[in-house]
Write a protein that binds this ligand. Structure first.
Ligand SMILES: *Cc1c(COP(=O)(O)O)cnc(C)c1O
Length: 355
C-alpha cells in the first residue's frame, strides 16, 4: 500500500464549530459542498451534527445527507438546475436558494401538497448569482404567492470579505440591510465575513473553510480565533540517499545539490493532489522537522533536502500540510488558496480517522 493518506480529526471540526459559535450569536449553516471540502461529505456532516443547517451545491449531496439521517435544514446553495429536481426537493424537505427568474418560473404550477422553505439570493455587489435589489419586492411577491413555498429568507454573498478595509464589503452590507422584509431571516457571511465583519453576521452565518481549520485571511494575518486543521496530508519517506555535490535531482534536473547531502523521497505527488508548481520554496515536516522540497514534484513522489534532518530514515512520517504545517502556507507558496488544495485531493488517497 502506498504510504500517502489523509488523516482526519473529528475533534478539530467540532472545535472549529465551537469557535464560530463563540464569535457569532447567529445560527450556523455548515457548508459541506465539494465533498466536505475534500474531507468526505458524510464524515464531515456526522462530525458537525451540532450545526443548525448544512449547505451543499447539489441535489445529490443533499440526498446523501438525508440518506444518513441528517434532520437539519439542508440548503441547496445554487437551488435547482432543472425543474425535474423540484419534486425531490419537496419530498426530501430541502431548502433551495432561488437566484434567477427561470427558477421562479419553474416553481409556478407546482401543486401545494408539499412545501419547502426557500432563500432568495440577492446580488448585493458580487455580480455572480442573485436578483438585483430592485427586483426583490417583485420576486418576493411572486414566490409568496406560490403554494409550494413556505418560509422565505434573504441571502447574499460577500466578494471581498477577507480585505478588512474593503469599501465594497461595506456597500454590500448596507445594501443587504436596506432590503426591507424585516420578518425574513437573513444570511450574508462566509468564513471571511464571520472573522472580519461582525456587521455581516445577520441571522445565519455560512462558514466553510474555517470549519475545516484553515483561514481565508492572509497566512500571517491576525485571526480572532484559534482554528485546528481537520485534515493532515501524511506520507512517509520511501528512500533516503546521499547525493554528491552537483548531482541533479529528478525531472529536468532543475535542482543541483550544492554539496554532498542526504536527499529523501516522499511517497506523495501531484497524482494525489499535492501542487506541482510553487512560486517560492515550500517545506514539509519529516519526523516533525521542517525540510525543503527540492526538484520537481512527480506524480507519485517528491524529493526533500534532508540536511536539517540528518537522522531521517526510510519509514519516517512526513506531513505535507495540516498539523504543524498550515495548508494556508503551502497554498501561498503554490500561488493558490487553501480551498483548491483541500478540494483537489484525489480519490486514490485513503482517508483515515486520527486515533
Ligand atoms: C462556499 C460558500 C460559502 C462558504 O465559504 P467559505 O469561504 O468557505 O467560508 C458560503 N456561502 C456560499 C453561498 C458558498 O457558496
Amino acid at each position: 500500500m502506498r504510504p500517502a493518506y489523509v488523516s482526519l480529526n473529528e475533534r478539530a471540526l467540532r472545535h472549529n464549530l465551537a469557535q464560530v459559535r463563540a464569535l457569532s450569536g447567529a445560527r450556523i449553516m455548515a457548508i459541506v459542498k465539494a465533498n466536505g471540502y475534500g474531507h468526505g461529505l458524510v464524515w464531515t456532516a456526522k462530525a458537525l451534527d451540532e450545526a443548525d443547517a448544512f449547505g451543499v451545491a447539489s441535489l445529490e449531496e443533499g440526498l446523501e445527507l438525508r440518506a444518513i439521517g441528517v434532520r437539519q435544514e439542508i440548503c441547496l446553495l445554487e437551488g435547482f438546475f432543472d425543474a425535474a429536481e423540484i419534486p425531490v426537493i419537496l419530498r426530501e424537505r430541502l431548502t433551495p436558494v432561488i437566484h434567477d427568474h427561470y427558477q421562479v418560473a419553474a416553481l409556478k404550477g407546482i401543486p401545494g401538497d408539499r412545501r419547502c422553505d426557500a432563500w432568495i439570493k440577492v446580488d448585493t455587489g458580487m455580480h455572480r448569482l442573485g436578483f438585483e435589489p430592485a427586483e426583490i419586492p417583485a420576486v418576493v411577491a411572486d414566490l409568496a404567492a406560490l403554494p409550494c413555498i413556505g418560509r422565505l429568507g434573504l441571502m447574499s454573498h460577500l466578494a471581498s470579505a477577507e480585505d478588512p478595509d474593503s469599501r465594497a464589503t461595506m456597500r454590500q452590507i448596507d445594501t443587504f440591510r436596506g432590503l426591507g422584509f424585516p420578518a425574513f431571516r437573513r444570511s450574508l457571511a462566509n468564513s471571511a465575513g464571520i472573522l472580519r465583519w461582525p456587521a455581516a453576521h445577520a441571522d445565519w452565518v455560512r462558514p466553510g473553510l474555517m470549519l475545516y481549520g484553515a483561514s481565508p485571511l492572509a497566512p500571517q494575518g491576525p485571526s480572532p480565533v484559534a482554528l485546528q486543521p481537520a485534515m493532515t496530508l501524511r506520507s512517509r519517506l520511501i528512500s533516503v540517499r546521499r547525493r554528491k555535490e552537483g548531482d541533479a535531482i529528478g525531472y529536468g534536473g532543475d535542482y543541483r545539490c550544492p554539496c554532498d547531502m542526504p536527499v529523501g523521497v516522499v511517497g506523495v505527488g501531484y497524482g494525489d493532489g499535492y501542487p506541482r508548481e510553487f512560486r517560492t520554496g515550500v517545506s514539509v515536516l519529516v519526523g516533525g522537522q521542517r525540510v525543503p522540497v527540492v526538484g520537481r514534484v512527480s506524480m507519485d513522489m517528491l524529493t526533500v533536502d534532508l540536511r536539517e534532518a540528518p537522522g531521517a530514515q526510510v519509514g519516517d512520517e512526513v506531513v505535507l500540510w495540516g498539523e504543524g504545517l498550515p495548508v494556508e502556507e503551502v497554498a501561498h507558496a503554490a500561488g493558490t488558496i487553501p480551498y483548491t488544495l483541500l478540494c483537489g485531493l484525489t480519490q486514490r488517497l485513503p482517508r483515515r480517522e486520527r486515533p
